[in-house]
Design a binder for this molecule. Structure first.
Ligand code: GMT
Length: 383
């Protein structure tokens, strides 16, 4: 199949997922065209079957706000026509689903019918999408997608709760390449971070407010009071500074490292003993799944779709948003019981298998085939 993928090319989970999906599809022999404003972060090196089309927005003195959505819709039209795409898969509703709607209408006038799949990822529904500024356009463009998928049951329910959606939403869970994440710990690296064999806790996110990164520092502070430990922060974003401030205030700078953005997260995760995710909301929590695939139990909040991914008492523990005491208690209990820790580490590896790339990508391929075959109007450029 010839597939167009539109996503945010940044470190966010939706962009990561879309890029990994495109790479897997290309490996399965499909031709994949990424259409976005920058090369996606997880797309490096030459990969046969993958094409990258950069969207440029010219700047004119008249434009106070560069019209990215218009440029994107035009790029979609161009790539769909000239590369003879059979379907367009957009990740994150804003502005990708509405740009896809516009492209579809333009192409329809030219006798081309391009099926559009929209995958909802989270804040495009629960936070940004619900904002009155965007809501009518989000609801309209979701309703006009040929197929809608959501990355968890919770996100599907949230979408129906917040918008009047007339179509069925299919849940296709996010995935991880378990083979890639299951790496052996490099002892020399571990020694550099934890020279006295301290336990290593890890948090990875884009440090947005919704991640509550200060809670991670609070949890670590309590754990470190009882068990010698180190904390690695992976990623960067607006709230990093508040986490750094709190680390200084609590005199934890020697034990906490801020590693910044990392594109080889699979090299770092296996150094850890425990992953902490304190978010106010996660539709899925891809970072937690990647941590599990690297063998790390997860202590997280019970918000959104997290209970679908992190199974309380099996793959880690869940607590209410903001209940840092409970999360610290779970962490201390687990880290101080080597047998239990070993058991949960085995559990997470087994659990991550359920979300393995080889199980989930075929669900997208099957959806693509159904949508292409079910199209009423065939693509006039199809040879
Ligand atoms: O969480 C973020 O800030 C990034 C965001 C995104 O759109 O890139 O992540 C969302 O999509 C991920 C991939 O499907 C999910 O794993 C995250 O849980 C979801 N984030 C939220 O719902 C807050």
């Amino acid at each position: 199949m010839k597939i167009g993928i539109v996503c945010y090319p940044t470190f966010g989970g939706s962009g990561v997922l879309a890029t990994e999906l495109g790479k897997a599809l290309a490996q399965n022999g499909h031709q994949v065209h990424f259409i976005t404003y920058k090369q996606p972060v997880r797309l490096h090196g030459f990969i046969p079957n993958i094409f990258f089309h950069e969207v440029h927005v010219p700047s004119y003195p008249l434009f106070e706000y560069p019209p990215y959505e218009t440029a994107l819709a035009s790029a979609m039209v161009d790539v769909i026509k000239n590369s003879r795409l059979e379907l367009l898969h957009v990740h994150y509703a804003i502005p990708h689903a509405s740009a896809a709607y516009m492209a579809k209408q333009i192409l329809r006038d030219e006798g081309i019918d391009i099926p559009v799949i929209t995958t909802l990822h989270g804040t495009d529904i629960t936070l940004v999408g619900r904002d009155k500024t965007f809501a009518p356009v989000v609801a309209f463009s979701i309703n006009h997608s040929d197929v809608i998928t959501a990355v968890s049951q919770n996100l599907k329910e949230e979408t129906y709760r917040h918008f009047h959606i007339e179509k069925d939403i299919k849940v296709i869970y996010n995935f991880v390449d378990t083979g890639r994440f299951r790496k052996k710990t490099v002892d020399a690296f571990r020694k550099l971070i934890a020279p006295h064999d301290e336990k290593i806790l890890i948090h990875a996110s884009n440090f947005r407010k919704i991640k509550r990164v200060q809670d991670v520092v609070k949890i670590f502070s309590e754990v470190n009071r009882q068990i010698p430990a180190k904390l690695l922060f992976i990623g960067d974003g607006p709230e990093r500074i508040t986490a750094e401030d709190l680390a200084r205030e609590l005199d934890l700078c020697r034990d906490i490292r801020f590693l910044g953005k990392q594109d080889q997260i699979e090299e770092i995760l296996p150094l850890g003993d425990l992953f902490i995710l304190t978010s106010e909301y996660e539709s899925f929590g891809l970072a937690a799944l990647e941590a599990m695939a690297a063998g790390l139990p997860v202590i997280s909040t019970n918000a959104g779709g997290l209970p679908e991914i992190n199974i309380h008492g099996v793959t880690g523990f869940l607590a209410d948003v903001g209940d840092t005491e409970a999360m610290a208690r779970y962490a201390v209990n687990l880290l101080s019981d080597e047998n239990e820790l070993k058991k949960v580490k085995e559990n997470v590896l087994a659990h991550a298998q359920k979300f393995d790339i080889r199980k989930i990508v075929p669900l997208y391929e099957e959806t693509y085939r159904e949508i292409i075959q079910g199209e009423v109007f065939s693509h006039s450029l199809k040879s």
